[in-house]
Ligand binder design. Structure first.
Ligand code: ADP
Ligand code: MG
Length: 711
């Protein structure tokens, strides 16, 4: 009887033998607990913070604790002269004045306790004149100095404390600090959380199956929530967070796997049997031998294709690792079986490149190719759609335009995308009572395994962790503005040696027109000046498609030496003779994007170079990104760094984020926990999860699954 299992008690005072409050129904009744009342402004503020009910409030743990247990009296702290001190006291009147530096204003007050006082200074925080009422008790942290007018501190952070009577936590213990807003202060949140803990704290139900909780020696959810808000010892809140993170990851993995299960049991894919002679001819026709990693990926795909359970596989590999041929091999399998295959790319540039690849590698085998994109003239498009609709065995290549096409015999679908396509699209692609296609997703950017297991947790994962032989690491440097002319001279030298170069122009957010114009101007400037000796052309997203295609094709054919471009070349473009990548205002790009851009070179056997120019005023994060790029060449390493820099649990893109984001788990540091949750969830699915944990998973991540389906 699991209800009576003995549970170790990580928190003192928790009665281990008492049966845990495992609910009989879900949703968790406390989530539905009464909405939080109070003044309208506060209620609106709470709702804006996503804290509509007591359950929400309890779920949102403080993001840090102010440790006031060892705060010294002001006089003592001043004597100690610590570089980093915390002082607590009441503020006097608050003044605000401009400084000599234009636009910079300072706010000052005097902070006093029984032993002494110190002048506090804030820069550019004018709102404090409203929020810091004289007499307010606060804790301030910063460097303490003794100046001409006595002790002073430039405040790095501060916390408004209630009086000791109204806010016991603030009296001298661990003070929880919540994500607050202008309308709802962290002090108010502390009070509301205390109320909620008193109201429902000991009734919080626990969705975790007891045996998992026992096995991992985790506290009850009830106790974790309490300790997470009001730890009695420093460190207790960490155990609490871990417990909640595990639960969160388990529910997520469970939701993903149940979703996967639902897809699987639909069955209905064509079992393609082992690869035959056409596949062999494809392999023999390749101008190179496959790497071991490519072979392993293909073997996994071949196994998938031999089943009626539709393949749902994510193929991950660093830029240049050779994902395309693996995908082509899968396409060939469908045609060999007498079925249809489709390869969908996110951009026209990329789709065209795949088309050229297919013309090289597939057409010689007698495989029919149908290209479809928004830029194909209507009449052509209709003719090609008719071929597809008639069920001819062929390989369709294109952009999203493929989605509006009915494939009666679609057996293999490859999605070369930075996003992902879900069940809805697949359903649309395979018309009527045709087979459910086997789907291979390829990521344009490597993503850390932890992220892959979450955002793509319903897919099987294959990683190509090896580059084709002979690739030399790209030499990357940040070029100081003073050396700009040298950079250009050096490009000319490379061109003389028979090589080609890209110059990527600054990102202009939200304004492709301005971005395009800037690229054209830059191309003109380079052609008229520093690069006048070589052939320069420009490609950007605002050009008519035909024009852009002409330029890209000319560059691929070596008729252009330097391609000045916007990020239209970001993903997938493959011109092995290009060996120089110049990125302007490089610090403004994201790390993944920079890695993608750099991945446009180093695709042949020549030494390649990436020259990064920083913008006039790079942010510290921007500089760290450039530094990371200089020091690391592996996309997987960079992805880990990126994840650590952003340190987040965001599962979907910005637009779709929200309720589905991870609250407690951190993908950068909770990797072991994630793997464990993944295994446990898989076992639960095999053994049949109980209704409670199933409903909890649905409640917490149902929305995410919906989003994945739509994505
Ligand atoms: P990505 O994984 O970034 O999509 P591609 O599939 O575009 O990479 O391959 C990058 C380049 O490497 C292409 O020019 C491709 O022809 C080449 N390539 C792929 N596999 C091999 C291999 N096994 N040996 C040598 N070159 C290869
Ligand atoms: Mg690619």
């Amino acid at each position: 009887m699991r209800e009576n299992a003995r549970v170790p008690a990580p928190f003192p005072g928790v009665d281990a033998a008492k049966p845990p409050p495992r609910p009989r129904t879900w949703p968790d009744p406390t989530r539905l607990a009464r909405p939080i009342g109070g003044p309208k402004r506060r209620v609106e503020g709470l709702v804006a913070l996503g804290l509509g009910t007591q359950g929400d409030l309890l779920a949102a743990l403080p993001f840090r604790f102010e440790d006031l247990r060892r705060v010294r009296p002001i006089a003592e702290a001043v004597l100690a002269g610590e570089a980093e001190a915390t002082v607590v006291g009441r503020v006097g009147s608050v003044t605000e004045r401009p400084t000599r530096r234009r636009g910079l204003r300072i706010v000052q007050t005097r902070l006093s306790d029984d032993t002494g006082s110190v002048t506090l200074t804030w820069f550019n925080q004018r709102h404090l004149t409203r929020t810091l009422v004289p007499g307010t008790r606060i804790a301030a942290r910063g460097a303490l100095k003794v100046g001409t007018r006595g002790a002073e501190m430039t405040v790095r952070s501060h916390e408004i404390l209630g009086g000791p009577d109204e806010d016991p936590a603030a009296a001298g213990g661990l003070v929880p600090v919540y994500h607050a807003s202008a309308r709802v202060s962290t002090g108010v949140l502390r009070g509301l959380v205390d109320e909620a803990l008193a109201d429902v704290g000991d009734r919080l139900p626990d969705p975790l199956p007891v045996e998992l909780r026992v096995r991992h020696r985790l506290p009850l959810r009830r106790d974790a929530i309490t300790a997470g808000h009001r730890p009695r010892r420093l460190g207790e809140q960490r155990t609490a967070r871990r417990r909640l993170a595990y639960e969160e990851l388990l529910l997520l993995q469970l939701a993903l796997l149940l979703h996967r299960d639902a897809v699987d049991t639909q069955g209905g894919a064509a079992a393609l049997g082992p690869p035959g002679p056409l596949s062999a001819r494809f392999r023999d026709g390749l101008p190179f031998a496959l790497t071991g990693a490519q072979e392993r990926a293909l073997a996994a795909i071949d196994r998938d294709l031999d089943r009626e359970r539709p393949m749902q596989r994510l193929l991950e590999g660093d830029v240049g690792s050779g994902k395309t041929v693996v995908a082509f091999a899968a396409l060939v399998r469908a045609v060999e079986h007498g079925g249809q295959a489709a390869l969908m790319a996110p951009t026209e540039v990329l789709a065209l490149q795949h088309l050229r690849g297919a013309e090289r590698l597939l057409e010689p085998l007698g495989i029919e190719i149908a290209y479809l994109s928004g830029d194909v003239p209507e009449r052509e498009r209709r003719a090609r759609r008719a071929r597809i609709a008639a069920g001819h065995p062929l390989v369709a290549i294109g952009t999203h335009a493929l989605l509006h096409t009915a494939f009666p015999r679609l057996e293999v679908l490859v999605v070369d995308e930075q996003h992902r396509f879900g069940v809805a699209q697949r359903a649309r692609l395979s018309a009527g009572d045709g087979p459910v296609p086997h789907v291979l997703h390829m990521t344009a950017t490597p993503i850390p395994r932890s992220l892959a297991l979450t955002a793509f947790g319903d897919l099987d994962l294959t990683i190509i962790d090896e580059l084709p032989p002979g690739r030399q690491p790209i030499r990357t440097s940040v070029v100081p503005e003073a050396k700009r002319a040298d950079g250009y001279a050096w490009i000319v030298e490379q061109v003389r040696a028979g090589r080609q170069a890209y110059v990527v122009c600054p990102l202009v957010e939200e304004n492709p027109d301005v971005e395009a114009r800037a690229a054209e101007e830059e191309a003109a400037r380079l052609a008229a000046g520093p690069l006048t000796a070589v052939r320069v052309a420009c490609a950007h997203g605002q050009q008519p498609a035909a024009e852009r295609q002409r330029v890209m094709a000319a560059f691929a054919a070596g008729e252009i030496d330097v391609l000045v471009a916007t990020t239209v070349i970001e993903v997938g473009v493959d011109v092995p003779n290009a060996t120089v990548m110049v990125v302007e205002d490089a610090d403004r790009f994201g790390l993944a994007q920079l890695h993608q851009l750099r991945g446009r070179v180093g695709r042949g056997d020549g030494q390649s170079y990436c020259l990064l120019y920083a913008s006039a005023e790079p942010t510290p994060e921007g500089e760290r990104r450039l530094d990371a790029l200089v020091r690391h060449t592996s996309g997987f390493e960079l992805a880990e760094i990126d994840l650590a820099m952003r340190g987040e649990g965001r599962l979907l893109g910005e637009a779709q984020s929200g309720a589905s984001d991870l609250r407690y788990a951190r993908l950068d540091t909770d990797r072991r926990l994630l793997e464990r949750a993944r295994e446990d969830a898989a076992r639960l699915v095999r053994e049949g999860p109980d209704d409670i944990v199933r409903a909890a998973a649905e409640e917490r991540f149902g929305e995410l699954i919906q989003a994945l389906r739509r994505a």
